[in-house]
Design a protein around this ligand. Sequence first.
Ligand SMILES: Nc1ncnc2c1ncn2[C@@H]1O[C@H](COP(=O)(O)OP(=O)(O)O)[C@@H](O)[C@H]1O
Ligand SMILES: [Mg+2]
Length: 365
Amino acid sequence: MAEILIENVTKRFGDFVAINDVSLTVEDQEFVVLLGPSGCGKTTLLRAIAGLGMADEGRVSIGGRDVTYLPPRERQISMVFQSYAIFPHMKVYDNIAFGLKMNKLDKKEIERRVGRAAELLHIEEMLDRYPNKMSGGQRQRVAVARAIAMESQVLLMDEPLSNLDALLRLEMRAELKKLLREIGATTIYVTHDQIEALSMGDRIAVMKDGLIQQFDHPNTVYDLPANWFVGSFIGNPPMNFMAGQVQRHNGLVQVSIGDFHLTPEAAMQGELARLDGQRIILGIRAENMETMAEPTADSLPVEVLVVEPLGSQNLLTVEIGRDTVKVATHPTFTVSPGQTVYLRFPADKIRWVDPESERVLYGVG
Ligand SMILES: Nc1ncnc2c1ncn2[C@@H]1O[C@H](COP(=O)(O)OP(=O)(O)O)[C@@H](O)[C@H]1O
Ligand SMILES: [Mg+2]
């Protein structure tokens, strides 16, 4: 059992707070992704878990053992860091086998593990070569193979696929996920790539400014973001946001975008009534609007500015008020720039953002 418990960890560099009172529980054998823009504190948090940069405050436990004051080698973890250190004067085989030899595993077991890790990372042809004659992407794969071969209960990985080309990354993320499940390692995986996070994580901790903004399953952070930042960081295209105004008519809350009126779903009525007369931000994903060629009573006419045929969908750019909005349509929906189309906003697909707190409001029920 190797649950990872992070409790109220704070890390400062001088006056700068890089990690701000972060708590996080990673279940045994879970694959958790730390996702966020460059500089948000992902590496700093991972280093605190690994024991490479002692936290200023808080505690870290691994498998029920308090490791807060233990050095990295006593934490029973494997790591792959962005600045991976492999030995240039040692053959790839010996690099991968290094930790296994230190742990005095028998020769057959070392061969089996090196073989399996090398196969996964497509470096089985390179076992006799020296890393200093290899590309950055190849060396990175050696570092990942070495960590995986340890078959530790806890694996910490910091952007381990960042030096690979796009195609190999795509292939490796699926294979890595499969292998880690087989090994049964508890994994914390750092990336700034939201697609990688969505595709690999059992759960995703979305970070910004040293704080965890949301920690949940990929579908939840995508569909039910906790705040404006999460909605705009996750998804390609990101969630659309547009300005509206809350108005009550005969007890019913409506939101107007210009002279177009929407009726929020019943569960949101109470929450939005408090904002009567105030600004509200409406969030909706590109694929959740319905696009029609003909007007209906409940649709908003918009002019199409750009059409991007993407194969599985056509992506339209339109303007609503002063907001630029991306709309995904079926690939058979043909339209040209300059034409008008009509958008419908299904009430259950709209997310309501409080412009003050930037939090997404969720109703009851
Ligand atoms: N050793 C250090 N000294 C001073 N500032 C640091 C140090 N390491 C990281 N930082 C700062 O802490 C913040 C978080 O860094 P980091 O954890 O590397 O971010 P990420 O991995 O999310 O890109 C950044 O603003 C970075 O400049
Ligand atoms: Mg980093």
